[in-house]
Design a binder for this molecule. Sequence first.
Ligand SMILES: [Zn+2]
Length: 298
Amino acid sequence: MKYSEANRPLVCMQTQSRCYKETRKMKVLGVLWHSTGANNPQLRRYVQPSDDDPNREELLRILGVNKNRNDWNHVSVGAGLNCWIGKLADGTVATVQTMPWDFRPWGCGHGKKGSCNSGWIQFEMAEDSLNDPVYFGAVYREACEITAYLCKLYGIDPHGTVRVNGADIPTILCHHDSYVLGFGSGHVDVTHWFPRFGKSMETARDDVAALLAADKEDEDVSFEKFMEYMNQYRGSIQDNDSGTWSQEARDWAVRTGMVAGMGTLPTGEPNYAWEDFLTREQMAMLLYRFAQMMGKAS
Ligand SMILES: [Zn+2]
């Protein structure tokens, strides 16, 4: 997975937006995907650092500057998302987090039965002209990555559903899905974009699940695998690397025969494996040899 606790997405909290100031916290149940419906793939169009952001200069460098000042970090904007996906100033496609994950977004509006704003982390994907397979591929992959990261963070099953007001709502869905279910306003995103490139929210759920499965495989190390790693590790330290501080002691140990080599290195010199482990068996041998040297072995 691209994102982890050790590699979190870029953060640019939109603290000047009305949503950030006025919304409340929620219990996270899933992730809802939007796309903007306007041809502008640049993140700077929508996301700009607050005036008092301590990281302001750096963020403006990374995101680029919106000279029109029509970004969403203003009280005048009546919407707010947890993150955005689009192009950074250097053209790479990335995610930028704009509110804490458990801040209730103002994203999909309301339907007849309720709103996915209560429980679903939401992001916008910045649309381009909807004709570029390369940009779509990068945005789609990024959306799957950030969703997989959030699923892991909140223990969300990407193929699961949540029962709300008598309806089963998929944990991962798009704005249009929420509308059809009666939990969002009438928008088409992302159904006007994804099918052009053979993708859907079904493929999204499958791809997120695949990322999580691969991540879990990386974490689950079997005993056999551990032994393989252990042997690799032992192999890597069974050479004559050592610190200069022990030079005198090592010379003495070799000279007196206290420490014998274990085979030879490719260079032909004996392999003393100075940094390898010492077993209790070897310790007894060392002490016995030393006692013999001192004439005390009996
Ligand atoms: Zn939408």
